[in-house]
Design a protein around this ligand. Structure first.
Ligand code: COA
Length: 393
């Protein structure tokens, strides 16, 4: 029995901006964004492409079979962009994907970390019920607000994973080490649309949490960094993973030579992230897809070490092994097309889209402008008497 990823795919909304245009508008050297931050483009999500709609589209792109839909008994939406304090986004996903009724549908939160918690819980569930499958979807809209320091580290999208005891792409090791410390580096109180963030402190907290989890992992397993063929990271912006690799060189875990090898592999593992931006919960898993589909080091039997981080803060270091013929289960062409066929927004339009908020009338009604979008994609169609309705356009 190999518990892990049987299918994996991502979705990002069909609108984006070029980082060099944003730099120009903010009177910043474009190299700060493309090299200093490490981002080329940024996905932009209008209000009708909310976190649930993004998640449904990612779920659709898994091409679930009738057998998958009958065997999925748990759906977990990992998000920090939830649309309701009570009802989980997974219930809409359950309906839209036609999952059998005897399934549980829940939503999980711990900043950018919760998809990893969802995977670890799914592993325990599948080991008790090897005939069942778990659908984990990480979906978020990273919106720091215009003219903020976090503005170049925004983005949007969702990663969907079908987990089962028949891991066709990656089998996860049972050993992993989490690390929790209560801090306020990034948080979004219930009364605020945008997060509060201490950017420099969040960078530092990320690396310290990584070191905490990594040292625990080394002590537990006896493994060292060079036992891995690749090291992947949560990617709020692509420079962050490089900083973390450099921290391994500073502690003597990597030499100059192994640091440059791991950095070259990491560069291929963030090709998609450079074009989408921050997905919060999905960022590490978008990097995994980029690695699987774009990196030369991705081959059967490769051992991959992964670090998940969510401000607040929880981190976890864990690992997996690539399965024989894993590449036949990937969707490289679909993903490249998704990124290549997006509408480029100019900066004034991007600012308008980012500032838009859903405002229901007195009866709780609101109608989306569904002409803005791509046919074949699911969007929030309307809110009627405070109830949300999604449809494919
Ligand atoms: N050419 C190349 N690089 C340049 C540059 C230029 N012209 N100008 C600046 N840079 C580099 C800086 O040296 C710095 O690199 P370093 O981090 O390796 O030192 C990088 O670009 C960012 O510059 P900085 O001045 O630190 O940017 P900032 O004050 O605008 O803040 C963040 C950057 C990431 C802190 C900010 O975008 C933020 O708060 N983001 C949200 C929080 C986040 O993503 N946290 C991550 C952990 S979860």
């Amino acid at each position: 029995m190999k518990i892990g990823i049987e299918k994996i795919s991502f979705f990002t909304p069909p609108f984006y901006i070029e980082m060099k245009h944003l730099a120009q508008a903010r009177d910043v050297d474009p190299a700060k964004y493309t090299i200093g931050i490490g981002q080329d483009q940024m996905a932009v999500s209008p209000v009708h492409y909310d976190a649930v709609a993004l998640a449904i589209n990612a779920g659709i792109s898994l091409d679930l079979t009738a057998a998958d839909k009958a065997e999925i008994d748990t759906i977990i939406l990992a998000t920090e962009s939830g649309v309701d304090h009570s009802k989980s986004g997974s219930t809409w996903i359950h309906r839209a994907l036609g999952i059998q009724p005897h399934a549980r549908a829940i939503e999980m939160k711990q900043a950018c970390y919760s998809a990893t918690a969802a995977i670890r819980l799914a592993m325990g569930h599948i080991s008790l019920h090897p005939d069942k499958k778990v659908l984990v979807i990480a979906s978020d809209i990273a919106n720091y607000g215009i003219h903020t320091p976090g503005e170049p580290t925004q983005g949007a999208g969702a990663v969907a994973m079908l987990l089962s005891s028949d891991a066709k792409i990656m089998a996860f090791d049972t050993q992993s080490v989490p690390y929790t410390v209560e801090i306020s580096d990034f948080w979004r109180p219930l009364y605020s649309d945008t997060p509060f963030v201490d950017g420099k402190y969040s960078n530092q907290a990320y690396v310290e949490t990584f070191q905490g989890a990594w040292n625990g992992y080394k002590a537990l397993t006896g493994r060292v960094a060079t036992d891995f063929d690749a090291l992947l990271f949560h990617v709020p912006y692509t420079k962050m993973g490089k900083k973390t690799l450099q921290s391994l060189a500073a502690t003597g875990d990597l030499t100059d030579e192994t640091l440059s090898t791991f950095t070259a592999i990491y560069d291929e593992a963030v090709i998609y992230n450079r074009r989408v931006g921050n997905l919060y919960t999905g960022s590490l898993y978008l990097s995994l897809i980029s690695f699987l589909e774009q990196a030369e080091a991705a081959r059967a039997g490769a051992r991959i070490g992964m670090f998940s981080y969510g401000s607040g803060a929880v981190g976890e270091f864990f690992a997996g092994e690539l399965m024989p013929n894993f590449e036949t289960y990937l969707q490289k062409e679909r993903h490249e097309q998704l990124l290549d066929h997006r509408f480029l927004l100019d900066i004034p339009t991007y600012e308008m889209v980012l500032s838009e908020r859903i405002a229901v009338d007195e009866a709780g009604n609101w109608l989306a402008d569904t002409s803005l979008g791509r046919p074949g994609q699911v969007v929030l169609e309307k809110i009627s008497a405070h109830k949300r309705y999604y449809k494919m356009i």
